[in-house]
Write a protein that binds this ligand. Sequence first.
Ligand SMILES: *[C@@H]1O[C@H](CO)[C@@H](O)[C@H](O)[C@H]1NC(C)=O
Ligand SMILES: *[C@@H]1O[C@H](CO)[C@@H](O)[C@H](O)[C@H]1NC(C)=O
Ligand SMILES: *[C@@H]1O[C@H](CO)[C@@H](O)[C@H](O)[C@H]1NC(C)=O
Ligand SMILES: *[C@@H]1O[C@H](CO)[C@@H](O)[C@H](O)[C@H]1NC(C)=O
Ligand SMILES: [Zn+2]
Length: 957
Amino acid sequence: MGKGFYVSKPVAAVCVVLAIGAAATIIALSLVYAKEKSNNEGISATTGPNTTSSPATTPSMPKEPWQHYRLPDSLVPISYNVTLWPRLKPNADQLYIFTGNSTVVFRCKRETDLIIIHSNRLNLTTFGKHHAELRGLDGAAVPGLRKTWLEVPTQYLVVQLESPLLAGSMYELYTQFVGELADDLGGFYRSEYMEDGEKKVVATTQMQPTDARKAFPCFDEPAMKAVFHITLIHPHGMEALSNAMNYDPVNITMDGDNMVQTSFRPTEIMSTYLLAFVVCDFGFIDTVCVQIRIWARRKAIEEGQGNYAMEKTGPILAFFEGYYNISYPLDKSDQIALPDFSAGAMENWGLITYRETALLYNPDVSSNGDKEWVATVISHELAHMWFGNLVTTRWWNDLWLNEGFATYVSYLGAHYAESDWNLPDLMVLNDIIDVMAVDALTSSHPLSSKEEDIMTPEDISQLFDSITYSKGAAVLRMLSDFITEDVFSKGLHTYLEEFKYKNTVYTDLWRHLQMAVNKSSIELPHNVEDIMNPWILQMGFPLVTINSQTGQISQKHFLLDSKLAVDMHSEFNYEWIVPVTWIKTGGPEQQYWLVASTNTDMVLGTDDWLVANINMTGYYRVNYDSENWKRLLANSLFTFQEIPVINRVQIIDDAFNLARAKIVNITLALETTKFLAKEVEYMPWKTAISNLNYFFLMFDRSEVYGPMQAYLNKQVTPLFNYFKNITENWTKIPDKHTDQYNQVNAISLSCSTGVEGCQDLTRRWFREWMETPANNLISPNLRSTVYCNAIAAGGVKEWDFAWKMYKNATIASEADKLMSALSCTRQPWLLNRYLQYCLDPEKIRKQDAASTILIIANNPIGQPLAWDFIRANWDHLFNYYGGGAFSFGGLISGVTERFSTEFEHKQLLQFKEDHAEQLGSGVSALEQALETTQANMKWVATNKNEVLDWFNGEASV
Ligand SMILES: *[C@@H]1O[C@H](CO)[C@@H](O)[C@H](O)[C@H]1NC(C)=O
Ligand SMILES: *[C@@H]1O[C@H](CO)[C@@H](O)[C@H](O)[C@H]1NC(C)=O
Ligand SMILES: *[C@@H]1O[C@H](CO)[C@@H](O)[C@H](O)[C@H]1NC(C)=O
Ligand SMILES: *[C@@H]1O[C@H](CO)[C@@H](O)[C@H](O)[C@H]1NC(C)=O
Ligand SMILES: [Zn+2]
């Protein structure tokens, strides 16, 4: 699936006035599967009228094949012929439905008297007393059907036969069914929007990971690849799209209505989770040479919002063709922006689906961040067209390889299309640093899981987290760095060639990369598999400690709270083979492979300093002896340009995290922010702000707040003036992409710490807009922070104006900015009213409800309100949103972020007790929140006085 479902862009980009620059909020995607509590009783997956009820299940000890979550290996699908007819108007019961039929041709591999095929929430037509019809092919004899039923817990249609199917023979199974075209964002679902005062309905799909079975009965596992012949029935004037190109549509009559039947060419051999069907009234733009089309609401297309995506898709596809050295596997590439979509995007083969903000771009209203988002998400999805779609991992336990890889190379593809944005560097900020914070908790997990540990749809959904995406990307970036990009891509090429249209496990990639290394001049101390396995089979990462006085270097598993780690070291020894790169004063980069603790020549002369993990290409943190820290910080104060910008980021981030783990003193971390008074680069500022965000979370309700504000005011004032100067008194947009970002930091932090002139500026811009609503002159890049600051400084008048603009916004990214800014108010009643809006899909779309609650919780005044709100409404939220994509995990971790008292810890325990049966995908997030709260309590107790003294001292210098 596309990224963007776990870092919610509007949340990441929001400026919260008091808690400056929200650290990217991790929202684990959780397609929560409702267990039998569907809100569409009429046609949900209940058993049919003529069915004998299924044998009682004992979930702990599955005895029967249909009680296993994995399909038996006796049958292999060859092809499907599927016809679907979505109704875009409600029926007499006010339900939106679809009807369809499907024929699957399969080969029997092992003799069996059972056909087990996935089917979920489909009401199957019966033929006599059975749910399906079986035919033999090529003269194969057809056994009689003994019994058929729907096995609800494991989501199967089960067909028991009178006599066995024969190994080597082919059969086909025919079914007819009705399903609900619900607004639940999963399977075949509907999305709605208004155009010219008219409600329009789109029928679309999201199959990954396990919802193809909700559209038609299928062998719904990634290794069950087949060819799909899809047909869609739809009204005249509507477009029908699927993975492959369509044949000429034909007119047909259905139930007395004139309809159009559009059939599609057979797909390539592919996995069910990559299927997509759309029926819509959208417009498109296209190119002639390669068949690339961008689809969206007609208005959006007419306004040119698809042009940027159109312009960049060709170059990015060309980049990947070169990178993989394999031409694009399909003959067309459709990309479609949907008004309602749960993830950021989905890499359906040939028909990629997106949230509108991930595909559409409007230069008049979208910021440079929005543009970067579009470029990197497109790049991520296009990368999957080969890696993931052409070659697919066998089972979901290797999801990290699929998603980590696409995340890593998305930066390379987007860099090709936008070469002056420094995208590969930004990966350190956007993915690596954030995930290291998660991976340093004892509640983290290894990248790779065992196949047998990932069984149920819930198990699979929980894998879609930042470890899978961002840590996956980080370790592949490290690997690509030490074997070189060139060797890496050569290995990819042979891997893709060997396994095209097939499935793999991660060791297949290691084998191909090893072959490429063997053919090159690269020398490694161990083979690729031995180096990489500790990074993917063990959770966490090492802390490398270098003593520059003795040259001794060692490693240790880095945990934020090592006391909690007592019993977890049983299975692994937590050692890694670490590629340590380093420079010392004025010298070239050197490399050292660290395995066991040893002495090296990393010994410094009297005035030298040393820095390791150059450009943070290694997935580890570094600590030094205090003498080197002292020199490094003194050096960076005056000549920090000698240290590469990514290492300035690293020094700040390592120091703060080492301090949180109590390995260095908290004041050492704070010392790393002193050079910011002279820093104008975006990445170090952003890192410092993110790390200080923790100080805001812990202290923005205490007496530390004042002195901290005074210190930051002092540090950021030069940056504010720098931007005032280079933008000629705020009239010009900075040229550099990262300067455009840092201008936002300068304004956000300056306004929140009271830098002279900042509030006046944002208030004036907002007032001008309120006077002429049709003419918003606020620069798109600055809108988030300007809206937020003006709403925080204002009252109900400003809030209501912004709400009106939000409801009228026709551009999704603009709506997102307003949605975030509305949470910045300091009026509790406005925040409470806004929370109530989250229960009303007419006000806040279902897809946005979780992130809206989260951004409200990000505001220190909103936080207790949001916590009360989710406790009061948990049952409702769970029942109402449980069936679709709603991130309970993200909600829990976001709302409890500030928790740092015994009282709050008790509340969390109480919450766990009250809702033990109703946590859905939030179970592990709740455990994490409990752990984090305890760590926060200790941290505040230990550090508060020292931090207060330090800020007091520095603020008065
Ligand atoms: C199909 O029906 C539409 C609308 O009724 C009509 O305009 C079109 O000519 C028909 N096409 C064919 C091939 O009959
Ligand atoms: C570190 O990154 C910078 C910026 O991307 C790049 O110019 C430099 O060559 C890199 N250094 C090394 C040693 O790779
Ligand atoms: C202001 O910017 C100009 C270039 O735009 C530069 O030459 C000048 O030194 C800057 N002044 C200050 C005070 O930063
Ligand atoms: C910015 O405004 C100040 C006075 O407010 C003025 O002195 C200065 O010349 C202006 N600079 C530019 C580049 O317009
Ligand atoms: Zn992906």
